[in-house]
Design a protein around this ligand. Structure first.
Ligand code: GLU
Length: 436
């Protein structure tokens, strides 16, 4: 069975970049009748917050990305200790004592000499007597002893990867305060939860190299790895600085529809054309992880609005009625304006317009014309022919035609330059001013 996981750290709100990872993992599991696990990587007790766990669940449910199982790393500390002990016994985990300042100095020295800043394994050379002495003052932190060889895997997106492990520092797996780090916890979880496919951002490629060796040291089976490219801003800049405004919460508050984001992210950066889908099932059918490229992928929030608008225009009244304030006229109004909404909230504008009217938008030079036109409005109950009759009458009495004739009327009656077919809207207007 295919088993995937989405493993956010609950240290902030999910953003579009996280969603890309979640969606890919979800789709791969569901395409194969597999299992999709939500794993909360919360080994950092200071930065992990319950409010973010709640927000992650809320966002995923909002998008319809339901998970089959939920796991939390903070519940598994006992298991991590057990495995760490095993690695210690096998001498694959070694204690170190350098302070962050010492490490920084070492790094700078190597960089100055034009060498890669790889940890020098000085701690391995300490004698037992020396360690006994240092332990009296310092608690050790623990590194995994990489075996120096090439680490290779066939990445489902990046293709053949080959990394010389001598170019990587032995990863720290346990901090001096005893906190297990993600690099170890994730390997143990992936093994215990029988994860078959790990899909995550390309910022994890080096982690993967070390995690492959850790998995092998523990005798585990390796999953298939896919590292998708990272999203960037329109001119290629990293999204991280703008992520605050690209959280799923922000997109939701801006009126973006889940299906618009899901459709967009299921194709952005792939060789397949963008498309608006109507369901996750449909997205899943056309999804192929190998169609995604390795190059950074440009993401522009504004692109989500036309897709949202298109999605909304395709919704029937019964699909939206629970999300709007329903009134006796709202069904008819929905049919008239649904092609003219960018986000669903825009419907309120038209509801309010039909019920209460708006402050007219009138250019000074059009005022006389608009007032003359209003005096010609048919006195009988308005219907879908009224607009045509009315504008014909105006045309016969003024020298205006085309846009000059129609646009000032639309602006005066709707307060906007664009909008739905006036013949259909006019009979729904309950308040039309006699004069502007
Ligand atoms: N908690 C890690 C992150 O958010 C998970 C990475 C992974 O998928 O292994 O980056």
């Amino acid at each position: 069975m295919i088993i995937t996981r989405f493993a956010p750290s609950p240290t902030g709100l999910l953003h579009v970049g996280n969603l890309r990872t979640a969606l890919f993992n979800y789709l791969i599991a569901k395409q194969n009748d597999g299992k999709f696990i939500l794993r909360l990587d919360d080994t950092d007790p200071e930065r992990s917050k319950q409010k973010y766990i709640d927000a992650i669940r809320f966002d995923l449910e909002w998008l319809g990305l339901y998970w089959d199982q939920e796991e939390q790393q903070s519940n598994r500390i006992g298991r991590y200790s057990e495995v760490a002990e095993q690695l210690r016994k096998e001498k694959k985990l070694y204690e170190c004592f350098e302070s962050p300042v010492d490490l920084d100095l070492k790094r700078k020295k190597l960089l100055n000499m034009g060498k890669p800043p790889v940890y020098d394994r000085a701690a391995l050379k300490l004698s037992e007597d020396k360690k006994v002495l240092i332990r009296k003052k310092e608690s050790p932190y623990w590194r995994f002893l990489l075996s120096h060889e090439r680490i290779e895997w066939e990445d489902q997106i990046l293709g053949e990867i080959s990394i010389d492990s001598a170019s990587i520092s032995d990863p720290v797996l346990i901090r001096a305060d005893g906190q297990f780090l993600y690099t170890l916890a994730s390997v143990i979880d992936d093994m215990d939860m029988k994860i078959t496919n790990v899909v995550r951002g390309s910022d994890h490629v080096t982690n993967t190299a070390t995690q492959i060796q850790i998995t092998q040291a523990l005798g585990g089976d390796l999953p298939k790895y896919s590292h998708h490219s990272l999203l960037t801003g329109p001119s290629g800049e990293s999204l991280s600085k703008r992520l605050g405004t690209l959280s799923l919460k922000d997109l939701r508050l801006a009126g973006i529809e889940p299906m618009a984001i899901l459709s967009h992210l299921s194709r952005l950066g792939s060789s397949k054309p963008g498309e608006l889908f109507s369901s996750l099932e449909e997205i899943r059918e056309g999804f192929d992880i190998s169609s995604f490229g390795a190059a950074p992928t440009k993401f522009e929030k504004q692109d989500l609005f036309p897709i949202t608008s298109k999605y909304i225009s395709g919704l029937s009244f019964s699909e939206v009625k629970d999300r709007i304030i329903e009134t006796p006229g709202s069904e008819l109004l929905w049919e008239v304006v649904r092609q003219n909404l960018i986000v669903l909230e825009d419907f309120e504008y038209w509801m309010n317009l039909t019920e209460n009217g708006v402050s007219p938008l009138v250019e000074e030079e059009d005022r006389g014309y608009v007032n003359d036109a209003l005096s010609l409005l048919p006195k009988s109950k308005l219907n879908e022919q009224s607009w045509d009759q009315w504008t014909k009458e105006i045309k016969s009495q003024s020298d205006r035609k085309g846009k000059q004739l129609f646009l000032p009327l639309r602006k005066a009656l709707t307060g906007k330059e664009n909008g739905p077919d006036m013949s259909r809207l006019l009979p729904l207007l309950k308040k039309i001013p006699a004069k502007v």
